[in-house]
Design a protein around this ligand. Structure first.
Ligand code: NAD
Length: 485
């Protein structure tokens, strides 16, 4: 289904102007729900990235750089209000583009507005300190923007990731160059329109859609960038960090995960069940913080498995605009990757505990894959070690607390973990011992957690976004020592 949109989609946005990319090239954007071409997008490249970086520097030397922190905050608040006004349309675009059910698209639009509200409110509340120093001196620190920040984002949650990274960077007074993913960039384009219409000065936000190895590589290796925020795969993150290192540019890496939820026998299972399943199938499992491993203590293993399986069988999978429980995967390629893991599960003789069904009238060309629950997976098996990035959860039994901790920490990743238990001592012991960036006790995901710092350890990356902490990441500290005698 081709989309009718209120704006041209095959443009880059540089210095406040929409224009054709320097190459004149286009890329097709596919609708994952039926495989058709939605619209063409711009194939931005190195010349566009270079122009965007220059426009960003010009903005820092001009209106944007001169704006007070309070006024910057007001601009972000205005953008937030307009995003909320247009939440239904943004949800529709995200559903068409990413394949996620409308309700998830709407939640993402509300989250984008909330990030802008949060960072707009925080813009004039970040400050330096005065420091005790030698007699005859006054010493202080200033929080300053890095300058031009590059933002490379993936296709799975474009609105949320733009909100948390571009929102925080703008609040601190940086000028941004945003490279959305080639698989999904409609809401990035819509966001740039909304920001411009809300009075964001020209050049404060520049947008260059294009291929990762062209526009993305040009951005991460550009000498005129002062900070890069990258969200995506481990392999690409390593390339981005290596490219940025040539100019000693700091990089925040938000990478993948193999996050566990750990269910002890004393847990409130009624409370846990919805979180166990939702955190695996939300966005068809294409979520960095998906709970792709469910660790269950043996006395309740069969009960948890049976109740999860019941929920799986009730899931309805179909086109994004039908707003069911689960949509298609982003692409045929992504589906093939996930199918490979399912074939491996079969070849390894693993127990398929349940599989959902795709609705009968789902278009043939869509990239559908029924959510699948795999039971009693050995912790060292590839299905329990590697990020699948699809609607597949593995359920692993454990004996005691030490066993649970060993399995939970036993992957190369460390993004998020969930713990379900009524034992207060165990809650705190595990919260401290789990090697990851966020731990949720008797909940998971905490409703998005805009206020909560987020990021990983090990292969899940480094640096923190979300919450107030992000504002430190998107600024640099200057120390001033004044000798006055
Ligand atoms: P990806 O690494 O292939 O792409 C991410 C972005 O990088 C895209 O914009 C892409 O165009 C760009 N890119 C690709 N090659 C590049 C290069 N050579 N130089 C610079 N940029 C390049 O990742 P993906 O498959 O699109 O996204 C899925 C991955 O993202 C998963 O591993 C997932 O866990 C991770 N992710 C992490 C978070 C988080 O917050 N930790 C959030 C969402 C997704």
């Amino acid at each position: 289904m081709a989309a009718t949109l209120a704006f041209d989609t095959d443009r880059v946005f540089i210095g406040g102007r929409w224009q054709a990319p320097a190459s004149g090239g286009q890329l097709p954007l596919l609708n994952p729900s039926d495989g058709s071409v939605l619209v063409p997008i711009a194939r931005g490249g190195p010349a566009d990235v270079d122009a965007a970086v220059h426009a960003a520097h010009a903005a820092l030397a001009g209106d944007w750089g001169r704006m007070s922190a309070t006024e910057r905050g007001r601009v972000l608040q205005r953008i937030s209000a307009r995003v909320l006004e247009q939440a239904d349309e943004l949800a529709r675009l995200e559903a068409l583009d990413v394949g996620k059910p409308l309700k998830q698209g709407r939640a993402d639009a509300v989250a984008l507005a909330r990030y802008l509200e949060f960072y707009g409110g925080a813009a004039d509340k970040v400050h330096g300190e005065t420091l005790p120093f030698a007699n005859g001196y006054t010493a202080l620190t200033l929080r300053e923007p890095h300058g031009v920040t590059g933002h490379i984002v993936p296709w799975n949650y474009p609105m949320q990731i733009i909100g948390r990274s571009v929102g925080a960077a703008l609040a601190m007074g940086n000028a941004c160059v945003l490279k959305p993913a080639e698989e999904a960039c409609l809401t990035a384009l819509a966001f740039a329109h909304i920001a411009h219409d809300s009075g964001l000065p020209a050049g404060a936000l520049n947008l260059v859609p294009g291929l990762g190895e062209e526009a993305g590589a040009a951005l991460s290796s550009h000498a005129g960038i002062q900070h890069i925020s990258f969200t995506g795969s481990v392999a690409t993150g390593a390339l981005v960090q290596a490219a940025a290192a040539r100019h000693a540019v700091p990089v925040t890496l938000e990478l993948g995960g193999k996050s566990p939820q750990i269910v002890f026998a004393d847990a409130d299972l009624d409370a846990a069940l919805p979180f166990l399943v939702n955190a695996g199938i939300q966005n068809a499992g294409q979520t960095c913080s998906a709970a792709s491993r469910i660790l269950v203590q043996r006395p309740v293993f069969e009960e948890v498995l049976r109740r999860m399986a019941e929920r799986y069988r009730a899931l309805r999978v179909g086109p994004a605009l039908s707003d069911l429980d689960v949509g298609p995967l982003i692409s045929a390629r992504q589906r093939e990757i996930v199918q490979r893991y399912l074939r491996l599960a079969q070849d390894s003789g693993l127990r398929i505990a349940a599989q959902a069904e795709v609705v009968a009238d789902a278009p043939d060309g869509g990239f559908y894959l029924p959510p699948t629950l795999v039971a009693e997976v050995p912790p060292e098996h590839a299905l329990a070690q590697e990020e699948i990035f699809g609607p597949v959860q593995v359920v692993i039994p454990f004996d005691d607390e030490a066993d649970a901790l060993r399995i939970a920490n036993g992957t190369p990743y460390g993004l998020v973990a969930g713990v379900w238990t009524r034992d207060g001592g165990r809650q705190l012991r595990l919260a401290r011992a789990l090697k990851c960036g966020q731990v949720f006790i008797n909940n998971y995901g905490a409703g998005g957690g805009i206020e909560l710092p987020f990021g990983g350890v090990k292969l899940s990356g480094h640096g923190r976004e979300k919450g107030f902490e992000a504002l430190y990441g998107f600024s640099t500290l200057k120390t001033i020592a004044i000798h006055h005698g």
